[in-house]
Design a protein around this ligand. Structure first.
Ligand code: ADP
Length: 262
């Protein structure tokens, strides 16, 4: 069923997260062990070069600090604030985030909003939607260093039984974020949602932007996918279930009065 699918997706994300961390930590520990070995070799040489020892010890410290940075990022990622889902109009959240988005992308990029005229509500935490929009806008900005267009549009989408591999049939709100940037190579698309996967210089990318988007969307019962064409641009498509969650009303529905029989 649907619940099982979401749980599997979460486990998959968790597995990728663990794999990414193990890989990064392994690299850092390798650096630390290697340079600590150099320090010992130099210290035990007949005429130890103290400057060389200090230089190698500095490499040990640098790798240790990278490890600390990684742990801090990880804690920030794991310490998800309490999610407070609300019934909301996605168009309104986008409009409320517009100023922040413009500030994030800078003046060389044109932001174009194309909201659907009529949109059913979705049940989401508005703060998370804001975070999702900013993450995607920042990625679009990074893909358009010489400027370009960032288009955000919304639409209603009705899914039939065989329309989507992960989503149950029903009404969804579609949110699309398209840029006219450099696009992604197939091998980047394949790994883009992996936690800690980044093609950006260290210090510029954490590799957690799309993983966070994935987490937010799947938690809300939706799905996220992307299409990209090197040199042309990237489109991220998000589907969120339309409507309010079913209410278990505390009181039974009142008996209709005076309508039975004629
Ligand atoms: P980060 O942005 O910190 O690298 P993300 O998880 O947000 O982490 O993105 C992972 C990678 O996917 C990026 O390093 C980049 O190579 C690629 N990517 C994401 N969004 C876009 C985009 N809009 N255009 C081109 N490449 C993108």
């Amino acid at each position: 069923g649907e619940v099982q699918e979401h749980r599997n997706q979460r486990l998959e994300a968790l597995g990728q997260l663990a794999g990414g961390i193990a890989h990064d930590f392994n690299n850092m520990l390798g650096v630390i062990v290697n340079y600590a070995n150099f320090v010992i070799e130099e210290a035990e040489a007949p005429e130890p070069d103290l400057k060389a020892i200090a230089a190698d010890a500095r490499q040990v410290i640098r790798a240790g600090q990278r490890g600390t940075d990684l742990t801090h990022q990880l804690l920030k990622f794991a310490r998800r604030e309490v999610v407070r889902p609300q019934v909301l109009d996605l168009n309104e959240v986008i409009a409320d985030t517009e100023t922040m988005l413009r500030t994030s992308i800078g003046e060389h990029i044109t932001l174009i909003l194309r909201p659907a005229e009529q949109l059913p509500p979705v049940t989401c935490d508005p703060g998370q939607i804001e975070q999702l929009l900013v993450n995607l806008a920042v990625n679009a900005r990074d893909a358009m260093p010489a400027g370009g267009n960032l288009v955000i549009d919304t639409a209603c989408s009705r899914l039939g039984v065989d329309d989507h591999p992960d989503l149950a049939p029903g009404d969804y709100v579609r949110l699309r974020i398209s840029d006219s940037g450099q696009g992604m190579a197939p091998e980047v698309i394949e790994r883009a949602f992996e936690p800690f996967f980044t093609t950006k210089a260290s210090g510029e990318g954490t590799g957690l932007g799309l993983a966070t988007v994935y987490g937010i969307v799947t938690q809300a019962g939706g799905s996220v996918s992307l299409t990209s064409e090197p040199g042309l641009g990237t489109t991220v498509t998000i589907l969120l279930p339309a409507g309010a969650p079913e209410q278990d009303s505390a009181e039974p529905a009142p008996e209709p009065v005076g309508t039975a029989g004629h």
